[in-house]
Design a protein around this ligand. Structure first.
Ligand code: ADP
Ligand code: MG
Length: 355
């Protein structure tokens, strides 16, 4: 049974008479027991999508299916979802215990049952002795855990998390990432996780959906998306990427010979999408370029400038079309300087878009 599915979902807002399409006709299936991130830049429609699933917004078009049931018109508290908002939304005047107990009391559970469940929640989130404290007496990370515990005691089938770590400092964020992943795995909870942080998404995701301007650009595992981004936007957003313009001279199997000015490089190509003589954009990750001897070089050019970063040296390289091009050197026993000649071997590249 599919836990959550969005079909042609569209949500619009009107802002001073102007219509904004915040979510633009998206389709996605969230797999059971898996963690899926919605990843994209600020304003791309992640929160709006999550709120449509949680029942806080009513979409103009399309469907939200939960357990293959269309949940149109079902209010949030009657959906099998639990949401953690960006600011946690804890009740400041209530103890940690009562914050976590809140939903159970609304359901009129017996005192004994409430006590059992809350204590289990406190234990699961390592808040054992914190039940009597007020939220203001907790650190950011502990408040975060209370918000999650409050959710989990209600035993939701689907967990909805909106940038849950964005208020924490860098160190705690990395620690809480692991915590969330552990709990999610342990309980086998179907989880939809909104973030704009690509590293966070890469570490947490079973599946990622890359969003841009209200649309989903690509869905896949972190490895699939990193290695085979569907277009320039995705390639640029996930990891570091260089792009060069060229044209396809010939294709042999899944390899294209690309002419870029006077240079020729071999590049992986999807033959369903591209053919000979197409003008194309080629993506080259900085770590897929090797500094080599002149006789093995694909590209012979000059250094624009060099930045020494300790463990690596970043070189900006002069390239045809004046495009920015970065190369990392991890084994720099000597650092080269601006205007020096440099010989590059392109170990891996991908034809990514037609021009
Ligand atoms: P994200 O969470 O990816 O940053 P949002 O879903 O919050 O993006 O917003 C998507 C777009 O919809 C943005 O252009 C935003 O300004 C607009 N938007 C979001 N909520 C509202 C609202 N309540 N009223 C008007 N416009 C909104
Ligand atoms: Mg948001």
């Amino acid at each position: 049974k599919v836990p959550v599915q969005l079909q042609s979902l569209t949500k619009k807002f009107s802002d001073e008479g102007k219509i904004i399409t915040a979510v633009d006709n998206i389709d996605i299936t969230f797999e059971k027991g898996k963690l899926t991130t919605l990843l994209g830049p600020s304003g791309c429609g992640k929160t709006t999508t999550l709120r449509c699933i949680g029942g806080f917004y009513k979409p103009e078009e399309g469907k939200v299916l939960i357990g293959s049931e269309n949940v149109r018109g079902v209010p949030p508290y009657k959906r099998p979802t639990g949401t953690v908002f960006q600011n946690y939304a804890l009740f400041p005047h209530m103890s940690v215990f009562e914050n976590i107990a809140y939903g159970l009391r609304v359901k009129k559970m017996s005192n004994q049952e409430v006590k059992d469940k809350v204590n289990k929640g406190l234990e699961l989130l390592q808040l054992d002795n914190m039940g009597g404290r007020l939220p203001t007496q907790l650190s950011g990370g502990q408040q975060q855990r209370v918000a999650i515990a409050r959710l989990l005691v209600n035993e939701p089938k689907v967990l909805l998390l909106d940038e849950p770590l964005s208020n924490l400092d860098a160190k705690l964020r990395i620690y809480m990432r692991e915590e969330i992943k552990n709990i999610q795995r342990k309980l086998g909870l179907t989880t939809i996780y909104v973030t704009h942080d690509q590293e966070e998404a890469m570490t947490l995701s079973d599946q990622m959906a890359i969003m841009n301007k209200g649309r989903i650009e690509q869905i896949g595992t972190p490895v699939e998306i990193y290695n085979n981004p569907a277009n320039k936007f995705v390639g640029d957003f996930i990891g570091e990427a260089n792009f060069l313009k060229g044209y396809i001279e010939k294709i042999i199997d899944d390899t294209a010979v690309i002419r870029i000015d006077d240079y020729k490089i071999k590049s992986k190509v999807d033959t369903d999408e591209f053919s000979e003589d197409d003008r194309v954009l080629v993506m080259i990750r900085p770590h897929d370029v090797e500094i080599c001897d002149k006789d093995e070089a694909d590209i012979i050019t000059q250094i624009r400038w060099a930045a020494f970063l300790g463990a690596q040296v970043n070189y900006q390289i002069v390239m045809p079309g004046d495009d920015d091009f970065t190369v990392y050197d991890y084994q720099a026993d000597q650092i080269m300087e601006a205007n020096e000649d440099i010989n590059l071997k392109i170990k891996k590249s991908l034809v990514i878009e037609k021009l």
